[in-house]
Ligand binder design. Structure first.
Ligand SMILES: Cc1cc2nc3c(=O)[nH]c(=O)nc-3n(C[C@H](O)[C@H](O)[C@H](O)COP(=O)(O)O)c2cc1C
Length: 370
C-alpha cells in the first residue's frame, strides 16, 4: 500500500521525505532570548526522525517582540550562538530538516509565561511597552500598545530581515513568518486590531500591506533555493474580524511574492473568539486556501491519528500535516504512523536498532517468509 503521508514533497531546492511537520512550540525556556539546554533536549529529540521537518518555536526578531521574558529571540550574536549549538546538535545526530518561525508578538507581548499565569507583566515584573498597528489593547486588563509610526514599521521590517540573515548563518532549511494567532502581522491584517487611517489600515489591500512588505523583504534576504512560508490564522472566529475569504486573497498575494506555503491555523486575535474545536477542525481552511489561492498548505490542529493525517493529504486538503501536542505526546509519532500505514520513514542512525523490521519477534508481520 502506498501512503500519501509518506510520499516526498519538494519546495524549491528542499525535498522532505514525508508530509509530517513538528509545529513551532514556544518553550518559555530561553534566557535573554537565547536557547538553553532545554532546547537541546527538546529539538534534539524531535529531530531524530519524528517528522520530515521540525520547526523551531516562535522566535522573535526583537526583544520587545517577545511574548514573555522567557521567549526565544534571534536579534543578537548571543542569541545566534546559543541557537547554533542546538541546531548543530540536531544536524549532527538527527535526520529531520529544520525550520524556524520568525515573529513579533506586538500587543500580545510583555506577558508572564503561561505556567506563571500568562497575565500581562506588572512594572515590578519588568513590563515593557508593547506596539501594534493601533493603540487598541488585546482585551480587558491588557496594556494599551503604542501605535507604530511609519519609521517604526520600517524598523520592524528591518528586524525581520536581520533575523532571516541570522537564520541563514545558522543553516536553517526553512523560514516561516508568523502571521497567525493574534501576533503583530495578524494584528495588521484584522480590522478588529487595525484601525489605522494611513496606507497600512482600512481596506484589505492596506491591512495586508505590512505583512506583504515584510514577507517580500524577508524573501529577498533568503536564498532563492530555500523555501519560505507563513503561518496564517484563517479566521478570527469573531464577527467583523479577519475572515476565510480575506485569507484566500492573502494567500494569492503571498504566492505572487514567492511564498511557498501557507500553514493554516486560526484564532488568537481576540478573547471573544468561539472556536468549534474538533479533530482536524482547521483542515477545511487549508483546503480552501489550497484550491482557491493555488498555494501549498499545511494543516495544523488536533491531528494525531495516522489514518486522519493520511486522509488529509490523500484527499488534497493540505500538502503537509503539522503536529504540536501530538508530537510532544509521542516524539516518535512518524515512526508509529509509518508502521500503522505500512510505510517506511527515516530513523536517526543511532536509533535504527529499534526499527520493527529488526525485531520480528515483537512485530510478527515483519517476519520475512522462510
Ligand atoms: C506548548 C505550545 C507552544 C506553542 N507555541 C507556538 C508557537 O511558537 N508558534 C505557533 O505558531 N504556534 C504555537 N502553538 C500552537 C501549535 O503550534 C498548534 O498550532 C496548536 O497547538 C494546535 O495543534 P495541536 O492540536 O497539534 O497541538 C503552541 C502550542 C503549544 C501546545
Amino acid at each position: 500500500m502506498s501512503s500519501a503521508l509518506f510520499s516526498p514533497i519538494s519546495f524549491r531546492g528542499l525535498t522532505l521525505p514525508n508530509r509530517i511537520v513538528v509545529s513551532p512550540m514556544c518553550q518559555y525556556a530561553s534566557v535573554n532570548g537565547s536557547a538553553t539546554d532545554w532546547h537541546l533536549m527538546h529539538l534534539g529529540s524531535l529531530s531524530m526522525g519524528a517528522a520530515g521537518l521540525v520547526m523551531v518555536e516562535m522566535t522573535n526578531v526583537a526583544l520587545q517582540g517577545r511574548i514573555s521574558p522567557r521567549c526565544a529571540a534571534l536579534c543578537s550574536d548571543e542569541n545566534e550562538a546559543a541557537l547554533k549549538r542546538v541546531i548543530d546538535f540536531c544536524r549532527t545526530y538527527g535526520v529531520a530538516k529544520l525550520g524556524i518561525q520568525l515573529a513579533h508578538a506586538g500587543r500580545k507581548g510583555s506577558q508572564q509565561p503561561p505556567a506563571e499565569g500568562g497575565k500581562p507583566l506588572t512594572q515590578e515584573q519588568g513590563a515593557w511597552q508593547t506596539v501594534a498597528p493601533s493603540a487598541i489593547a488585546y482585551g480587558e486588563g491588557w496594556p494599551t500598545p503604542h501605535a507604530l509610526t511609519r519609521d517604526e514599521i520600517r524598523q520592524v521590517i528591518a528586524d525581520h530581515v536581520r533575523a532571516v540573515q541570522r537564520a541563514q548563518h545558522l543553516g536553517f532549511d526553512v523560514v516561516e513568518m508568523h502571521g497567525a494567532h493574534g501576533y503583530l502581522v495578524h494584528q495588521f491584517l484584522s480590522p478588529l486590531s487595525n484601525r489605522r487611517t494611513d496606507e497600512y489600515g482600512g481596506s484589505l489591500e492596506n491591512r495586508m500591506r505590512f505583512a506583504l512588505e515584510t514577507f517580500a523583504a524577508m524573501r529577498a534576504a533568503w536564498p532563492a533555493e530555500k523555501p519560505m512560508g507563513i503561518r496564517v490564522s484563517a479566521t478570527d472566529w469573531v464577527d467583523g474580524g479577519w475572515s476565510p475569504d480575506e485569507a484566500v486573497v492573502f494567500g494569492r498575494e503571498l504566492k505572487a511574492i514567492g511564498c511557498d506555503y501557507v500553514d493554516t491555523s486560526s484564532g488568537g486575535l481576540d478573547p471573544r473568539q468561539k472556536i468549534p474545536l474538533a479533530p482536524g477542525y482547521q483542515a477545511p481552511f487549508a483546503a480552501r486556501i489550497r484550491s482557491e489561492a493555488g498555494i501549498a498548505t499545511m494543516s495544523v490542529g488536533l491531528i494525531d491519528k495516522p489514518e486522519q493525517a493520511e486522509q488529509i493529504i490523500a484527499s488534497g486538503q493540505a500538502d503537509l500535516v503539522v503536529l504540536a501536542r501530538g508530537a510532544l505526546y509521542d516524539p516518535r509519532w512518524a515512526w508509529h504512523a509509518a508502521e500503522a500505514l505500512g510505510a517506511e520513514t527515516q530513523y536517526a542512525p543511532k536509533y535504527r536498532v529499534c526499527h520493527p523490521s529488526l525485531r520480528p519477534e515483537l512485530f510478527p508481520h515483519r517476519r520475512k517468509p522462510a
